[in-house]
Design a protein around this ligand. Sequence first.
Ligand SMILES: [Zn+2]
Length: 47
Amino acid sequence: MVKKILKCPKCGSTEIDFLPWLGLIYRCRKCGYIGPLIIEEEIEDSS
Ligand SMILES: [Zn+2]
């Protein structure tokens, strides 16, 4: 199974909030980054 995770482009943290009421905006809980750019990574979930 493939799982999609979101990563902060600034610090690489996966603690990302999606703020749909602001449009396609994401927020990083770790460094405070807010913006439309986010890294989407697909990881193989072996379980
Ligand atoms: Zn960050």
